[in-house]
Each structure stands twice: as C-alpha cells, then as structure tokens.
Design a protein around this ligand. Structure first.
Ligand code: MN
Length: 716
C-alpha cells in the first residue's frame, strides 16, 4: 500500500501515474478528465466536509497502486458524474469516448439499487456485480476501489450507516476482491469493516499487536538476516520482507478457537526470488538449516489456488525456538498474490491487458463459473442469495483431483458435489469415491486438502437420493434437472458445456465468441435455426464443438493423419482392432487399464499411435474430437493387468486369504499392498485377468467374504 493514503490534488495523482505511464497525451487526457469532473461536482461536498471531487480523485489514486490503465483511471475520476451531476451519457461519450463511458455506466448501475427488503436488495446487488464482472471486470475493480475509499472515510457517517456499509463490505465486496485475487484491497476492506462492526475486538487486537511489536520485530529482523546470509552464500538473489498479519486474519483465527499466544508467537517472513526453480532451492536451504514443522508445507507453486495465488508455504522452528511461517515466491507470483486479476496491468509487454483480464476471469477463476452457473439455474430469489453468499463467496474448501488440480467447493460439500463440479458427465456416471486412498460413502463431508477420486461407469445413472446428499444448490439442481429434463434439453446442456470447454482450451471468451454475428454465421453454415439447436447438435454428437469453433476461427481442422486403408488390422497378436485403419501402433492406457470385454474408445495421441481407454475413463472427457472407434480382437487370448481396491471391515490382515481366493479363480496377483486404514484396512492390488467376465467373477467372489467391506476396480 502506498505510504500516503489520501491525496487532495490532481498533480499528486499525475505524479503517481507517471511512474508507470509515460505518454504525455495520456497524462493530459487524465488531467482534462479531472477538470471535467471537477466542474461537474463543483459545489458538492462530502459528509466529511471536503469538496466532493476529493473522493473520485482518491478512488483513482487507489487504482494506481495496481497500475490501472488510463480508461480505468478516467472512469474512476468520473464514476459519480452520471449519477450525481448534470451530465448525460451522450455528453460524456462525445468528450471521452465509448470505452470510458461504458465503464462509468457500469459503476453507476451498481450503485443505483432500489430495495424494499434486504433480500431484494442483495439479489439486485449480486446480479449487478455478476453482470459487471461478465461484461468488463474493470467495472468491479473500480467499484472495489470506490468502496475502499468510502470505508476509509466511513467515520464521517452516522453509526447506523457505518454498520450497514461495513457489513456489506465484509460479506460481499471483500469476498469478491478475494476471488479476483486482489489481496491488497481485500485485506484493507476486511480490517476497516471489522473496525466498525466489532470495534472492541478490533482495538483489542490492535493494542496487543502493538505492545509485542518491538520484540517481535527484533526476532523477525534477526531471522531475516540469518536467512538472507544463507541464501547469499548459495548465490540466490533475493529480497526478504517481514510481513504483518492483518487484524482481521488474527480475529478470524481467534474466532476459530485458536489462542492469542499461538497466533502471536507465529512470526512471518516472505522471500522473493527471481525464478520458480530458485523457490524450491531456497526452500531446501531453509529446511536443511531449520527443522520444518510436519504437515505444514504447501506447494501452491505447482498447484496454484483457484484465484491464481502461487507461493511455497512452510513453517519452521526458527530463531530462539519461535515458529516462523515462511512464504517463498517469485516477484511475478508476488505481484499476482497481491493484485490478482489486476496484475495484468503491471506487465509492460502485455499489449491487451483489458482483453486478457476478461479472459483470465472467465477461464481461470472458478468462482466466476460457479456464479454464472447459479445465475442460469432457475432459483428463487432467496435460494439465489443464499447460494451466492454461502456456497460461492464465503467459507470454501479446497480439495485436489488425483492429478493435483485444486477444486474449490462450498464447505460441507460431498463427493457428489465434487464430481458435478469436475464435469456434469462425471457426476451423472459416478459410482463411488475414493478420498485419500480410502473408499468413502457419498455423504462424506470433504475436508480441506482431501485428494478425491471419482469412479465412474458409463452405464451408471444418478440416483434421486443424491439430491438430499449433495450440499450445493447448483449440484442439487443439476441432479433434479437430470430427472426432469427431456433428452433434448440434456443434449443442449451437454453441448453448451462442451463448447465452453473447447473455447476455454483455446483461450477464447465465451461471450465474445457468441456474438450475434458469429452465431448467425454458425447457424448458416450448419443449417440450423438458433444457438440452442447448435448446442443440441454438439450434445448429441452430430457436430464436434471444435467444428463449430472452426467455422469462426477458420483454423485448420485437426484431422487424424492416419491413412485410411480399407482392410482392418488383422495382426493376430494385436489386442485391438481399429476400424478402417491398418498398421497402427496401439497401446492400452495405463490410467484405466482396459481388459478384454470392456467398452473401449481409442484416442489418437500425438505421435504415439492410438491409446485405448475404457469408455468411461475420465481422462477421455476432454479429448472428444480425437477419439476413434476401436474394438477387441476376438481371436486373442491374453491376460490383462488391472487395479483393484479392497477395503476390509476390521483391522485383521487378510492379505493371504485374498491371494488364495483369487488364485483359485486362476487370477495371479501381481502385487498387493496396504495403502491405508480407517475402520478397516485398504489394499491396492494389481491382478492379471483374462477378460471382463473373469474380473467380475473375482469381484463377486471377494464380495462374498465376510471380512470384505468393499471391493472395486479403480482407475489410476
Ligand atoms: Mn463513489
């Protein structure tokens, strides 16, 4: 945060802007915008007694902290002009152009909300925020800065109004800032809100922080020197900052039952280095000198948080036995950690920051998708408000897919919510879930950092009970709609989803792609009536999503470059027959390990022939347009490797008995080992079977054993 929080003159703003924008015309334009707004606001005063223009001036000033572009700064300076002054949209547009005017209109719409009940108000507010984010995320960034300045000057308002604004900031605006990754603004909004909502708590924590500050600072400084010396010895260029914990974050931990002294004794350092590799090297150096606390290491570099945050986190026993919470990240990661979506502005080489910001919002920020999903669900007003508040903005947990992707879910979510969040198709065909290597029931409440694997079966269908078990409104709705929708609608939904997914893969923004002119071109080309029909035809497999995209982008279609020869692959030793293709290398996929008799689909790899997956393998979901039809060679007589998980009811070791039971069925066990235990023991087994029937026979036999709780085939 800048040293000086409040400015009174436009020259101070221009000085600051000059530090990152050097074109004179742009600065001149900004000054003219200011003069225009100054004239318009003339004679208006704020509750604090200052001239009104000081407010928009400071909103712009806050935005310079994130290196906002000129149109954003102009819009910030004029953000109250359309609403509070004698100025029409046309006048503004003729003076400053379309882009700026649209931004100002966006901010104006957000503040113009009528309400009869609190609920109505919230619905309107959320919906407008959603519209704002989806049209131009800069509108929301301006709104956040506007609110931040209003919170800084909140003392001027009567107490009742203070509480209302503070509550709204805490419940709506700070979470939005968090999900957009704008930590700087989020953190200050939270502290300011707490100060007005719970002044006793706020000042109590502030005072305690103050009294121990000197001693803490001294320890942190000493530790900082030692670590810095260590890194220098290893030739790692770096910067180290002590970092202050926000009052709100301490309050939050206290309200979760932690003791003040525990939080307090925790000292914090942040190390900045140049490259990702150096992050890990620095971590190694620190761990070799200071013993790390078990289970506290987090690698958000390899696995960024859903709001793009990246950093290594560790806690070590540092100087004098004090615990030190250390964050290690590159300068670029630090920029993103502080400014999130707004960090696009910081990069000089970033030609089109505006478009990149919008596409990052749509593609990378999971909360954006969740919120869009909710707004398209047919919800009652109350349901909508509660879902946005409880399931999207607040109280989230983060869990991992087996590949290490982080998925953000509402607290209390179950494996069903997880499956639907990954993909509707995964949800609709799920048969079971494995969390941290143990089979769990579908009503298991997922915890932070759980690794969740969903087992699917193509022929399986959702069950009505799931509606009760699922946590989030969106999941419940998806399940309900499965049962109420007719086929056409299911196809439309699937088609829309796969088009969205393909667009994301190509980094194209959905709304932009579906402009009126593009839609009519697609319809004309495919001879369809409207976008719904386009979705339907993607959903039922008639057209690939990529084909639809190619109509607009005109890029070359990726056709499998394999010669199509009439006769089939008749190699007697081949497991697989690929229809219409001869002499092609075929591999059985290592993830789902198909066995003879499984429903299978081929996938054309880049340069390594065709890999054959089970048709319900979730690795296939995103690869639809490179699939080919394959079938088993009926003449073959081989054994196939497959993986099982078996969970027992008690803690007795039944390994020998399991091996014996499978041997009787002529199924060799390649390996078996314990991978975990909860109420019973969980074994993972690799076995060789002749075919699907053979495998099912074994599963049945094992299920009959009294000590077996569950046994399932798994994908890896
Ligand atoms: Mn304002």
């Amino acid at each position: 945060m800048s040293k000086k929080n409040e400015i009174l003159k436009v020259d101070e703003l221009l000085e600051k802007v000059k530090t990152y924008i050097d074109q004179d015309e742009e600065l001149e334009l900004l000054r003219n915008t200011y003069l225009f707004a100054y004239e318009k606001h003339k004679g208006q005063f704020r509750k604090s007694g200052e001239e009104y223009i000081v407010h928009p001036l400071n909103v712009a000033y806050i935005l310079t902290d994130v290196y906002a572009d000129i149109p954003t700064l102009q819009a910030a300076i004029m953000h109250d002009v359309l609403e509070d002054c004698d100025c029409t949209k046309d006048e503004m547009e003729s003076m400053f152009g379309h882009e700026v005017t649209v931004l100002v209109q966006g901010v104006t719409k957000l503040s113009k909300i009528n309400f009869s009940t609190e609920n109505d108000y919230l619905i309107e507010y959320y919906k407008k925020i959603i519209v704002g984010i989806s049209e131009d995320v800069r509108v929301i960034i301006i709104k956040l800065a506007d609110r931040l300045h209003n919170m800084r000057t909140l003392w001027a308002l009567p107490e009742e109004k203070q509480k209302i604004k503070a509550k709204e900031s805490m419940e709506i605006l700070a979470p939005i800032a968090h999900h957009l990754g704008i930590h700087k603004i989020k953190s200050e909004l939270e502290d300011l809100s707490l100060r007005y909502l719970k002044p006793e708590v706020f000042y109590d924590i502030a005072e305690k922080l103050n009294t121990s500050k000197l001693e803490r600072d001294k320890t942190v400084l000493e530790m900082q020197e030692i670590v810095s010396k260590l890194l220098t010895e290893h030739n790692i260029a770096h910067e180290i900052k002590g970092r202050a914990k926000s009052i709100y974050s301490i309050y939050n931990k206290l309200s979760k039952g932690k003791k003040f002294s525990d939080i307090y004794d925790l000292h914090a350092l942040r190390i900045l280095v140049d490259t990702e590799q150096e992050c890990y090297v620095a971590l190694g150096i620190i761990h070799s000198k200071f013993r790390p606390l078990p289970n506290r290491f987090k690698d958000y570099v390899a696995m960024p948080k859903p709001n793009m945050y990246q950093s290594l986190h560790t806690t070590v026993f540092g100087l004098d036995g004090y615990l030190f919470e250390i964050q290690i990240r590159t300068y670029q990661m630090d920029e993103i950690a502080e400014n999130g979506i707004a960090s696009h502005w910081a990069y000089k080489e970033n030609r089109d920051a505006k478009a990149n910001m919008q596409s990052t919002t749509e593609q990378k920020l999971q909360f954006f998708k969740s919120i869009m999903d909710l707004s398209s669900d047919k919800l009652s007003s109350e349901e909508f408000v509660n879902s946005v508040k409880d399931e999207v903005l607040n109280d989230n947990i983060y869990v991992f897919t087996p590949k290490g992707d982080i998925i953000e879910l509402a607290k209390g979510s179950t494996p069903i919510d997880f499956a639907y969040k990954v993909h509707t198709k995964v949800g609709e065909t799920m048969v079971g879930a494995i969390v941290n290597n143990s089979i769990v029931s579908l009503d298991y409440e997922l915890q932070n950092n759980d690794i969740v694997k969903i087992n699917t079966n193509k022929t399986s269908r959702p069950s009505k009970e799931w509606i009760q078990i699922a946590k989030t409104t969106h999941t419940k709705n998806k399940i309900r709609s499965y049962f109420t929708k007719n086929e056409r609608e299911i196809y439309i939904e699937r088609g829309r989803e796969s088009l969205e997914k393909e667009l994301r893969k190509r980094k194209l923004a959905f709304a932009e792609f579906l402009s009126d002119s593009n839609v009519s071109e697609i319809c004309r080309e495919l001879k369809l009536k409207n976008i719904e029909e386009v979705y339907q035809n993607i959903g039922n497999g008639k057209h690939a999503a990529s084909t639809v995209i190619h109509i607009i982008t005109k890029e070359e279609q990726q056709k499998p470059k394999i010669a199509r020869v009439g006769n089939q692959n008749t190699d007697a030793n081949a497991d697989i027959v690929v229809s219409g293709i001869d002499q092609v290398k075929v591999n059985l996929a290592q993830c789902c390990n198909p066995v003879f008799g499984d429903d299978i689909i081929g996938y054309i790899t880049m340069g390594n022939g065709i890999s054959v997956h089970r048709s319900n393998c979730h690795n296939l979901a995103s690869l639809e347009d490179r699939n080919v039809l394959v079938s088993w060679n009926q003449n073959i007589n081989k054994r196939y490797l497959t993986y099982l998980i078996l969970q027992t009811k008690d803690k007795t070791d039944h390994m020998l008995d399991i091996i014996q039971k499978t041997s009787i069925l002529d199924i060799p066990v390649d390996s078996i080992h314990t991978i975990g235990s909860s109420s019973g023991i969980v074994y993972e087994m690799r076995v060789y079977v002749r075919n699907l029937e053979h495998l099912n026979k074994m599963l049945l036999e094992l299920k009959k054993q009294t000590y077996v709780e569950k046994v399932e085939r798994i994908q890896r």
